[in-house]
Design a protein around this ligand. Structure first.
Ligand code: SAH
Length: 684
């Protein structure tokens, strides 16, 4: 069966109806899933196995039969561990049908079909009794339902239900307990992902400050977790204001409550500073004694122990509703509130304020920016060097007669353009919720200087511009619909659509963009797309094949977006410019394509190619959304921390048989101007 899905093409802006095979979504889910990453997480797997063995032994020592309930079995891995450890029977519950089917195959292939029953249901639908899915309640509960925030994937309601209906009282649970840790920090870098800082502009008539509106300053933000690879955050980028403390624990062997609640701890600041951020992570004890511990603690917590790299569990950054000065030694109270699926933090200094936290409901963003902008977008707008380049470039193209049109989402360029001399800035964005921008212009007294036009570029009429012609067209370009670097080429399509409104000598800034490519070896990221084969002695190749099938579901493999500052890699080739897009001209009818080869200049495993865009704002002023520099002779790369880059994994990563190192990589890359899609192929 085919399904038609309507969507705006992120690059061309055209509304299109795509014919999607019904199984498209699930192929996407499998291809981009974290199953491979989990299977590569040796530390997790070993500790689950130890915990499961210990739990089965404890039950056997009591002279009972070991009946296991494995909720969210995925590949069936944890049930197979239990069966090997001597469990009498396992109920393996999995809600996602393709995975449940895979589990049946994997269980059979490993010879456990008589010990493991796969149930393709959500655990809350599972029935117990002579005619039920389970003959009787289980006495061992095995689960791996955690996300980086621990509870975001619904672990609490699932446990609550399981204890009520599916397991015996006093059951063993693997993991036995989870503990959430917190540390209060000050960090300009991370705070810049949450608040817009004032921006200084050197204008002709003196220094100007662009201020964020009060609504934005005072906005408590949203309770959505910011999960990152905290191990990539150098210690110079934050200051610890407290020690690491335990926020709360959950014992999974006892009834669990999912209802909203609040936990409190007293902190004694170890340093005076501005409390802005709560860094948080968790660990799980696989057994009651706490001897088998699997931790997400970042590098500075246990400096001597080896870190397990994983992407399915990272660390959390929580932004306090507002920054609060704290004094060394002067106690403060930190409150963690949670509902069934999310957490948020508040800080109280004086005792009397406690009531506020008792009722601290989930924060609601009032300025809309926290709803519309990603954390990276905040960071990008706060990037002083980036702003400086736009200012410098704008200065070269604007004069007092300029009539300027800006096409970008939620951009400050019109404000900059105004201060740098444009008589009239016309401003247009595609997001229809403009509230925060009206607030923005108001806060800076620019309501009558900048006009916001809510219209798609092809629908603009001369009357929108009071019958004036546009002399300067600017864009960052940035659009919130962009996932891959080239999606921001929408600027080019919009520029083409507004051509008739431009003067014959109009300036377009950026004047061009170029697509760059480099072959890299990842330190760890390769694991997420690499087959696993045998996991702790169990053959999970069926899963590898399934992922491969899903990756190959589209005729041409796709590149995927990753923020590479979080995923270290080394360059194996020099960076190469592969395509250019001339914004001074309209989008051509024909495809843009290129082919060539890159020599590998360093030894290493060619895991894939990274692609990114560079924008050429004016002569000699460019902005890279990808590589910032290669920082040493070993090829360590530094990436723009506010953008995702495109990663194309080579077959050598996704096939189980890697090739021996090639000397060069040949490529063909094509930009289809009709569909806005970039297709590529690489040969090693
Ligand atoms: N247990 C496997 C896979 C863990 S991933 C392993 O450790 O390798 C978690 C899986 O649980 C996903 O496949 C998800 O679809 C499934 N899941 C989550 N909540 C569930 C629930 N309440 N009932 C059934 N399946 C669930």
């Amino acid at each position: 069966m085919k399904t038609f899905c309507g969507r705006a093409n992120p690059t061309t802006g055209a509304m299109e109806w795509l014919e999607e095979a019904e199984d498209y979504d699930y192929h996407q889910e499998i291809a981009r899933s974290r199953y491979a990453d989990m299977l590569h997480d040796k530390d997790r797997n070993v500790k689950y196995y130890q915990g499961i063995r210990a739990a089965v032994s404890r039950v056997k020592e009591r002279g009972e039969k070991a009946i296991v309930l494995d909720i969210g079995t995925g590949t069936g891995l944890l049930s197979m561990m239990a069966a090997s450890a001597g469990a009498d029977f396992c109920y393996a519950v999995e809600v996602f049908r393709p995975m449940a089917n895979a589990a049946v195959k994997i269980v059979a292939k490993n010879g456990f079909s008589d010990k493991i029953k796969v149930i393709n249901k959500h655990s809350t639908e599972v029935t117990v009794g002579p005619d039920g899915d389970m003959e009787c309640r289980a006495n061992i509960l095995v689960t791996e339902l955690f996300d980086t925030e621990l509870i975001g994937e619904g672990a609490l309601p699932t446990y609550e239900h399981a204890h009520k209906y599916l397991v015996q009282e006093g059951c063993e649970a693997v993991p036995h307990r989870a503990t959430v840790y917190v540390q209060l920090v000050e960090s300009e870098r991370m705070w810049a992902w949450n608040k817009l800082f004032p921006i200084l502009v050197e204008a002709e008539d003196g220094e100007k400050i662009i201020v964020p509106p009060l609504e934005m300053e005072n906005c408590p933000g949203v309770p959505s977790v910011c999960d990152i690879q905290l191990n990539q955050m150098p210690s110079s980028d934050f200051t610890a204001l407290s020690d690491v403390v335990t926020m709360f624990s959950v014992d999974f062997s006892k009834p669990v409550q999912s209802a909203s609640t609040c936990y409190r701890v007293q902190l004694e600041p170890v340093k005076s500073g501005k409390a802005q951020i709560v860094l948080s992570w968790w660990d799980i004890d696989m057994d009651p004694s706490g001897m088998i511990n699997c931790t997400m603690a970042p590098y500075w917590v246990n400096p001597t122990s080896a870190l397990q790299w994983r992407d399915h569990w990272m660390q959390c950054v929580y932004f306090l509703p507002r920054e609060e000065p704290v004094l060394q030694g002067e106690k403060v109270q930190l409150a963690a509130s949670r509902d069934e699926y999310s957490m948020w933090y508040t800080l109280q200094k004086a005792r009397g304020e406690q009531n506020e936290a008792d009722g601290a409901g989930s924060p609601v963003c009032r300025c809309l920016a926290h709803l519309l902008w990603t954390r990276a977008r905040f960071g990008q707008l706060n990037d002083g060097e980036r702003t400086r380049r736009y200012v410098e470039a704008l200065r070269t193209v604007l004069n007092t007669d300029s009539v300027c049109l800006c096409i970008s989402d939620g951009s400050l360029l019109p404000v900059l353009a105004h201060y740098l001399g444009a008589k009239q800035v016309q401003y247009f964005i595609l997001v229809f919720r403009l509230l925060h921008f009206s607030l923005f212009f108001k806060a800076n007294h620019l309501e009558d200087k900048i006009k916001v036009i809510e219209a798609r570029p092809e629908l603009l009429k001369p009357s929108h511009f009071e019958d004036k012609k546009i002399s300067v067209l600017v864009g960052e370009p940035f659009f919130s619909t962009s996932l891959l670097p080239w999606h921001n080429l929408y600027f080019w399509y919009a520029r083409t659509a507004v051509s008739s409104h431009l003067t014959s000598s109009a300036t377009v800034l950026p004047q061009a963009a170029s697509l760059h490519m480099m072959v890299v070896e990842f330190q760890d990221l390769w694991r997420i797309r690499s087959p696993c084969g045998i996991c702790e002695g169990f053959d999970v190749q069926t899963m590898d094949d399934m992922i491969k099938d899903s990756l190959n579901f589209r005729e041409s493999k796709e590149a995927e977006p990753h923020p590479l500052w979080e995923y270290p890699c080394k360059s194996l080739s020099d960076p190469q410019e592969v395509l250019t897009f001339d914004f001074r001209r309209t989008v051509p009818q024909h495809c843009l394509s290129t082919e060539g080869s890159v020599n590998l200049v360093r030894k290493g495993k060619s895991h894939g190619a990274v692609l990114w865009m560079e924008y050429h704002l004016a002569a000699d002023i460019s902005i890279s959304t990808g590589l910032m520099q290669i920082s040493n002779e070993k090829g360590h790369c530094e990436w723009n921390p506010h953008c995702k880059q495109a990663v194309y994994f080579f077959n050598s990563v996704t096939d189980s048989e890697p090739l021996s190192d090639p000397a060069a990589v040949t490529y063909t890359i094509q930009f289809d101007t009709k569909t806005g899609e970039v297709a590529m192929d690489f040969k090693l």
